[in-house]
Ligand binder design. Structure first.
Ligand SMILES: Nc1ncnc2c1ncn2[C@@H]1O[C@H](COP(=O)(O)OP(=O)(O)OP(=O)(O)O)[C@@H](O)[C@H]1O
Ligand SMILES: [Mg+2]
Length: 426
């Protein structure tokens, strides 16, 4: 950290007493890039316009106290590191701000300039580490996104292989049996030509045909050929569904919010992940047929749904580990009200024990063995839903009984949702 250039980071000083500000500014401006504000409102204005690494505010100010200001900064600009300056008389406000997590540290009014400088340097270093973490998390999320299709690839290949196999078998069967049918048709032609002749050759020809029917089991072919064709068409449809689901799931290059039919995304994610859950669970959908489109990043939402489905399958797999013939149940529900759309993904797996409940959204928290889980799924899901979509991601769980994850995504303001159109399938 010695090489850190502190001047690269903008520091905001807030105090209604101009003299105090001037003194601090004078003493620190050689070391830091400083801006000043004389009130909480002015500080928030500045922060809305420019990126501030560290905010240092006096506690005692009219209209908005320093602690109140930092509470709002935490809401709106969570990355900025927050420092409160207080006189000893206001120590309670400082303690309470620290306890609510609104403040990174507090500085006593009587601190020396050297101390203040050291605190600001520490705060910048803290900011830098946090920023680096965020960058790494974003990178992780990105590589995981690329990895998701890779992780599903074996299952998807298996899913495509089964229908492709029987389509091939059926087509071969139809082709071979058609040679026999062709022979029947040939003899009918012969028969037709023979009809004007007298009865004798006709009888022989008919007997010959009967023999052939029997030999090639014509009744069987008449039933089986259409059945084989029908099954092939179904298989073909399944392959087409999987391919379409892959397209919908990936949404390559789409990093813009677009009006999206979430039911469709859910169905394609279910199709693609079938191999992940079909051995342990039945999957039941209760999708709201009137679900309005939601403005979102569809590829990312699908990732979230995938992570939660895979977790549900794992939780069920764990619970029934000793009786694998027993299947669990995953239920996916969509519903909406005026303000938001809700996706509920429930399982009757092992549930989350109380000790883990506050940790499941932490990066790298996992209870799974290496290779099965890395503890990133829910952390990424949380950042996608809460930070990128301003929604909520919560869960209800009852250990031993199961867990339901609840995603809520807010609608956009009216003018934006006017353009909401269903996504064309291509
Ligand atoms: N539906 C669930 N039922 C029970 N426990 C769950 C459920 N979903 C998540 N958990 C718990 O939360 C932990 C964290 O989940 P998360 O998806 O973040 O990581 P992971 O599944 O362990 O690994 P990854 O998703 O990165 O492969 C899991 O290890 C598990 O203990
Ligand atoms: Mg997971």
């Amino acid at each position: 950290m010695n090489t850190l250039n502190y001047k690269q980071f903008r520091i905001l000083l807030v105090d209604d007493e101009v003299d105090n500000l001037a003194n601090l500014l004078f003493a620190l401006e050689m070391t830091f890039d400083l801006v000043t504000a004389a009130s909480g409102a002015e500080a928030l204005d500045i922060m809305a316009r420019e990126k501030i690494a560290v905010i240092i505010t006096d506690q005692r100010m009219p209209n908005m106290t320093g602690a109140e200001l930092l509470g709002r900064v935490k809401e709106s600009f969570p990355d900025t590191v927050r420092i409160l300056i207080t006189a000893y008389a206001d120590i309670d406000a400082a303690i309470s701000a620290i306890n609510t997590g609104d403040v990174y540290r507090y500085i006593g009014k009587d601190s020396s300039i050297d101390e203040i400088e050291a605190y600001i340097k520490q705060a910048i270093e803290h900011y830098q580490v946090k920023a680096e973490n965020l960058r790494l998390y974003a990178l992780l999320a990105e590589s995981r996104k690329i990895g998701a299709i890779g992780a599903l690839a074996a299952g998807v290949a298996h899913e495509i292989n089964t229908p492709t196999h029987y389509i091939g078998e059926n087509l071969r069967f139809v082709l071979e049996s058609f040679q026999n049918v062709e022979e029947v048709l040939r003899r009918y032609e012969k028969l037709k030509k023979a009809v004007p002749l007298d009865g004798e050759p006709l009888a022989a020809l008919l007997a010959d045909l009967d023999d052939l029917h029997e030999q090639i089991e014509l009744g069987y072919l008449r039933e089986e050929i259409p059945a084989a064709l029908k099954q092939s068409l179904e298989g073909n449809q399944r392959v087409a569904d999987i391919v379409r689901a892959m397209k919908l799931f990936c949404h390559p290059g789409q990093d813009e919010m677009v009006p999206t039919n979430l039911n469709q995304g859910i169905m394609s994610t279910i199709t693609l992940s079938r191999n992940e859950w079909k051995y342990v669970a039945e999957l039941i959908t209760q999708l709201d047929p009137n679900l309005p489109p939601v403005n979102c990043l569809p590829g990312e939402i699908n990732q979230v749904i995938l992570n939660i489905i895979v977790n549900a399958a794992h939780a069920i797999g764990e619970k029934f580990a000793t009786s694998p013939e027993q299947k669990g149940e995953i239920t996916i529900q969509t519903l909406h009200n005026e303000d938001n759309v809700e996706i509920r993904i429930g399982d009757n797996g092992q549930g989350i024990p109380p000790a883990n409940q506050s940790r499941v959204f932490d990066h790298f928290f996992t209870t799974k063995e290496a290779g099965k889980g890395t503890g990133q799924g829910l952390a990424i899901a949380h950042s996608v839903i809460v930070e990128k979509h301003h929604g909520t991601l919560t869960f209800e769980t009852s250990p031993g009984q199961g867990t339901t994850f609840i995603i809520r995504l807010p609608f956009l303001p009216a003018e934006a949702s006017e353009q909401l159109l269903p996504q064309p399938l291509s």
